[in-house]
Design a protein. Sequence first.
Length: 617
Amino acid sequence: MPRSLRPSLSFSTALFIAFAGAPSAEPNTAQITLDTATGAIVITSEQTGAPTADWLTDEGAHFSGQLPALQSPTRINGWSEEASYLTGGGWLPQPADGTENGPHDITITVPATDQVAVTGTILEDRIEEDQRHLRFTFSGPATSLGIFAGRYQLQERPHQGQNAPISLRTYFHAEEAGLSDIYLRASGHYIDRFEAQIGPYPYAAFSVVSAPIPVGLGFAGLTYVGRSILPHDYMSERSLAHEILHSWWGNAVRVDYDAGNWSEGLTTFMADYGLAEDKGADVARQMRMDWLRQLALIAPEDMKPLTAFRSASHQSGGQGEGYGKAALVFHMLRSELGTEMFYTGLRQFYQDNIHKEASWAELQTAFETASARDLSPFFAQWLTRASLPRLHLRDVHISEDASLNLTLSQEGPVYDMLVPVVVETTKGRDTHTLRLSENTQSYALPLTDTPLHVHVDPDFELARWPAQDELSPTLDNAFAGSGFNAALAAPDAEDAAQTRAILEDTLTVTLDWSPERPHDIDLIFGTTAQVDAFYTAKKGHAFPHAQDGAARVWLEKENNGQMTLYISADDLEDAAAQMRFLGYYGSKSYVSFENGSGHTHGVMPSQNSALRQQITP
């Protein structure tokens, strides 16, 4: 997107910290004193060995140092006057033999004006004179510890879980304290949702902690979220659900990373996609289409099998594969087994593997137990192949017996899959589910009404390569190029020179006004009325969102393959201010703005997919 309109922060849930099972040995005790005004820290521990943190010095009886100041890239430990955090465990003595040193019994002392949030169970929180002393236990290894201190306002609310009460907490700075009720209510709602689907919430508390950096990090029973992100609706209405679900997947049931990270795909499917399904079929379809769009950005030679995925930050294309493709695999598995049997398998997986490491193999075992089916072919093809199927539709015709005949084929290794095929008729849509398990298979479909078109997987139910022209271009496609062939919708208008100047001030991209049109994308700019008139004269009809909001941007692919970006505004002088958040809508093909915020947006459907064919008698 143009630099001047690019969002300044992003939310990532790529990192979560695992939590082990119940303690099996005497805890290692430690005392930590942190001066949050300066970052000075003293750590005393009975554990033998030395910390790995390079900012600590061995003083004999204890270790001391200066907690590193916040910086970019973000360290796993940091200090600022706003807040400080200790994660990763490198600040505690580590056993020389490399074994996991847990469980832990830790007391941290900070100024009385600070609050402290921790992973684990709080045993004591008291104030003596001008100091706060908080003691907690943690059953996992030191590498999974988390301590977060700051001048927070603590809000707490009891919530009744399936098996036990749960303490819901927010640790917010004063400026965000008004959001506490929203986050406490949402946390309780999501915990209820996932308990019903999976089983009891695995911890005694869940905390949302305000971070001084723009991150979203998940821990056992806690999420650390940038304070600049907290006010955004998407955080409480979607991302929070993702973080809470990681309490089950990735924490209570840990990931065997050597066999591939299944947790992100399952969490994306149940949280992000589950909430999208609640909003309706169109919203869910849009998310599946976005997953295919992300996969399409990966070159075939760069694709990896899901068993090789560790995290998005450690693999090119990891977001598209480890999140999107994996989520589609769970979507296809639910279609294969049915919803009831699918969730029976998930509950079985949770019961069998809580407080253990688990892999895709344990997931397969649980689903096979629930369904009494051999799912080896399904899991093998979707997990171990560094590829995707590519579907083709041909030989569409109406036979003498008045059935619709068609042939489906697939390139590359043969996949066994259920392919949705929709026949658009004069009275609606007839949906058929066809089993494709060979390179090429022909089918005869019964007809109830006069057919108009046949469309293979129109709702993006399968993990596959998109067909030619199946996906409409998005705004990201437009701004990824070298520049635009710029033109005004009304070049002969009296204020044409001023209009050109406004566009150049609005977009910090290359605009070429020459008639040679050296770029792949044309850009048309003008007032709402000017662009509407230009578009209607060119297309013979109006763009359906041409009047939405006070300003709007949309991208279309022309019949000759050239793309055109249209930008219009009611008041051209106000265009830049209206579109300042354009960078957030790169995955859309159109967006309108009202009062400087997104008003309507979406992706225009493509009518030119190679998987959609017109039926002629």
